[in-house]
Design a protein around this ligand. Structure first.
Ligand code: 13P
Ligand code: SF4
Length: 447
């Protein structure tokens, strides 16, 4: 891929590698703490063990039947960081335009440096769509992102997830069977869900966050619903309220609550739906009065941020600008100066002209990279404990080297494919989102 001026990395004041920081903390050569010393181990240590692996999601319950990664060949497990780097570069050079490598903002630096595009999940899906000439799209992100890229890319293109164990614990909290069951229970409360009332409103419109399986996106598409991202959630809720009496929002309760609250929906009209309880744990009356029914899901990375951390940042850094992701709990979003998606956070920093101190409430890999790229600012993560997203962390350069070298040898491994019967309605839900108002769709091209 041709180099662009954007590739010129700014002079680095700090090492952007969270990995190096973790190794140093665990070895005792740097101060600080991590949420798990297992983070210093390589991800293949965990590939044979069920679970999300070390990091923020390690305590979350992994659904049975979640994809597992087979054993990575020894040559990749044993290679040094420098060797993997050289092999990835060589494989990419051989493949040329036949491959596009996408890197999510939360990926480790050792992976991001090989990405042709770095961005949020929606931007990267668009980058996949923009390269019909590529035979393969290697998505360094998590499972739902690779599925979305498969939905938006051409039929002859293979979307590859370098480590199949890179799921998303939040997306896994809304399982399609639970959602179907919820829909049936709501039908008992509201009557037929596909019949508009006298004013033309449906009883409930399902809205799913991009961080959900293709099966859930398909469900939403089949039932008159829509997908949202963290950057267009308000626009999407407005779209839904123009068509329905209420919204069923999944899987992230926090994004749903924060967005609806900012739109003036009172908290008492946002009952929670816990899939393990009858009627989601709410009364029939609460469900009838509801404007937004919030699925009981959350992100374990963003749940770590607290109001205490913000208070401490303000006490230690007078004038600090606190920006958090809307997946953070409501009191944290309320206490912050601003809340926005990963790209909103990035753009806030890029556009700050005067040297500024930023305290950021999102995943550590993005925060540390922004700190390294913008040495004129002081940028730190609100969470003092180094605790990356467990599943993003499963993508290590070893898997990237393996998938790319397999492509060079003419073999496609770890392909993510969405079945046609799910893909068609899922695309409908995505198209509705794009028509409602496109989110900022341009990722930063790096090479
Ligand atoms: P983006 O949609 O901003 O990429 O966020 C994805 C994510 O996983 C946030 O936790
Ligand atoms: Fe999922 Fe949270 Fe990780 Fe994002 S940061 S991929 S929502 S677990």
């Amino acid at each position: 891929m041709a180099a662009s001026p954007l590739t010129l990395a700014p002079r680095r004041a700090v090492d952007a590698s969270v990995d190096h920081g973790i190794q140093a903390i665990v070895a005792g050569t740097a101060t600080g703490s991590t949420c798990s010393t297992d983070l210093a181990a390589t991800p293949w240590t965990f590939d044979t063990v069920p679970g999300y692996g070390p990091g923020a999601s390690m305590g979350d319950v992994i659904p049975t039947g979640s994809p597992r990664q087979g054993e990575l060949p020894a040559e990749y497990r044993e290679a040094s960081e420098d060797e993997l780097h050289a092999r990835i570069r060589a494989a990419k050079e051989t493949l040329g335009d036949r491959v596009v490598v996408l890197g999510h903002f939360y990926q480790r630096d050792e992976v991001v440096r090989h990405a042709d595009y770095v961005g949020d999940s929606f931007q990267l899906a668009n980058a996949a769509k923009a390269h019909p000439e590529a035979e393969a799209i290697v998505f360094c992100g998590v499972h739902f992102m690779a599925e979305t890229a498969d939905l938006l890319s051409g039929p002859g293109q293979a979307v590859i997830l370098p480590n199949l164990a890179a799921g998303c614990s939040m997306a896994d909290m809304a399982d399609i069977d639970q959602v179907e069951e919820c829909w049936e229970q709501l039908e008992d409360v509201y009557g037929p869900l596909d019949e508009p009332d006298a004013d033309g409103f449906l009883p409930v419109i399902p809205v799913t966050y991009m961080n959900s399986s293709a099966a859930i996106k398909g469900f939403v598409g089949r039932h008159g619903g829509i997908v949202c991202t963290s950057s267009n959630a308000r626009t999407v809720l407005e779209w839904a309220f123009a068509r329905g009496r209420r919204v069923l929002f999944f899987p992230d309760q926090h994004l749903g609550r924060n967005t609806a609250k900012a739109m003036g929906v009172p908290l008492e009209r946002m009952p929670m739906w816990n899939p393990h309880r009858p009627l989601g744990g709410s009364s029939e009356q609460d469900l009838r009065d509801a404007r937004v029914i919030l699925w009981h899901g959350f992100c374990s990375v963003h749940r770590r941020f607290t109001v205490d951390q913000i208070d401490r940042a303000r006490a230690e850094h007078p004038g600090v600008r606190v920006i958090v992701h809307p997946e953070c709990p409501m009191p944290v979003v309320d206490a912050a100066d601003e809340a926005g998606s990963t790209d909103v956070i990035r753009r806030a920093i890029v556009s700050a002209t005067a040297p500024t101190t930023f305290a950021i409430g999102t995943e550590i890999n993005l925060v540390q990279r922004l700190a390294a790229q913008h040495p004129q600012h002081t940028i730190f993560c609100l969470d003092p404990v180094v605790c990356p997203c467990s599943t993003m962390y499963r993508i290590h350069p070893g898997y990237l080297a393996w998938t790319l070298e397999e492509l060079v040898a003419g073999r496609v491994v770890n392909r993510i494919t969405v079945a046609d019967e799910v893909a068609a309605p899922a695309r409908v839900a995505l198209e509705r989102m794009l028509a409602a108002k496109p989110a900022s769709a341009t990722p930063a091209r790096t090479a």
